[in-house]
Ligand binder design. Structure first.
Ligand code: CA
Length: 230
C-alpha cells in the first residue's frame, strides 16, 4: 500500500512516515501542495493524508484538485482546524475522513486502513499459499507455522505476490507498490529483494516459487522447486 503524506511540519511528517513505514506502507512524504499534486500525478497512490495549513497553498485546494484528477483516491484530512464548519467543509469537499491534531498514530493508521477497506482494497487478512501465511495487519509471515524473518520490504513484496497468486505482476507495478519516489534510483533493488525472499522461502522449505518472467515481471506459484534454474 502506497500513501502520499502531505505535511509541512517536518518533525510531524517524519513521525507519521516512520510509523507507517514500520507498519508496511510505502510512504511518499511532501511538505507542499504543489509537490503533493506532482507526486499524485506521476505515481499511483492508494491513499493521501493531507494537512490543510501548507506553505504554498491551502490543503483544501489540493483536495479539490485531487477530487477532479483522482476521484477514487481516498483522502484523509489531518489538521488543527477543529471547528464543525471546517470538518463539514472537508468532508463535503470529498475527504473520506477528517482527523484533528493532536492525534494518536495508531488511530491514524486504523482510520487509514478503514478508508482503504472502503475503497475496495483487501481488508486486513491472512493470505495462505504453499504452506506460507502472511498476515497483512501484523506483517508476520510464516512457513508451515514457523516464523519467517522478513525485512519490511521483503514482507511488502511477499504481500503483493500473494495478493494475486498465479498472475504475472510486472516489475513496474511491483516497484510502484514497494518504493516511494524518494527511494527511487536503485535499479536492482527489486531484483535483490526478490532474490533474498526466494532464499528465505527456500530455506524454510516453503512450497512456493517466485517465477521470473524475463523482461516482464514475477509470478508466485505454489509447488516445490523442481531443481530447474530460473
Ligand atoms: Ca501545516
Amino acid at each position: 500500500m502506497r500513501v502520499l503524506l502531505v505535511e509541512d511540519h517536518r518533525a510531524m511528517r517524519e513521525m507519521i512516515a516512520d510509523h507507517l513505514k514500520e507498519r508496511g506502507f510505502a510512504v511518499d512524504s511532501v511538505g507542499r501542495g504543489d509537490h503533493a499534486m506532482a507526486a499524485a500525478a506521476v505515481a499511483r497512490m492508494d491513499a493521501v493524508i493531507l494537512d490543510l495549513g501548507l506553505p504554498d497553498m491551502d490543503g483544501m485546494d489540493v483536495l479539490t484538485w485531487l477530487r477532479t484528477a483522482h476521484p477514487e483516491l481516498p483522502a484523509i484530512i489531518l489538521t488543527a482546524r477543529d471547528s464543525v464548519d471546517d470538518r463539514l467543509l472537508g468532508l463535503n469537499s470529498g475527504a473520506d475522513d477528517y482527523i484533528v491534531k493532536p492525534f494518536n498514530l495508531l488511530e491514524l493508521e486504523a482510520r487509514l486502513r478503514a478508508v482503504l477497506r472502503r475503497a475496495g482494497s483487501p481488508r486486513g487478512t491472512t493470505y495462505s499459499l504453499g504452506g506460507v501465511t502472511f498476515d497483512t495487519v501484523t506483517r508476520e509471515a510464516a512457513a508451515f507455522g514457523k516464523a519467517l524473518e522478513l525485512t519490511r520490504r521483503e514482507a511488502a513484496l511477499l504481500e503483493e505476490l500473494m495478493r494475486m497468486p498465479g498472475q504475472v505482476i510486472t516489475k513496474d507495478r511491483l516497484e510502484d507498490r514497494l518504493y516511494a519516489l524518494e527511494d527511487a534510483g536503485s535499479a536492482n533493488a527489486l531484483e535483490a529483494a526478490v532474490s533474498r525472499l526466494r532464499r528465505k522461502l527456500a530455506a524454510a522449505h516453503a512450497s512456493l516459487q517466485i517465477e521470473t518472467k524475463w523482461g516482464i515481471g514475477y509470478r508466485l506459484i505454489a509447488g516445490a522447486a523442481e531443481g530447474g534454474a530460473q
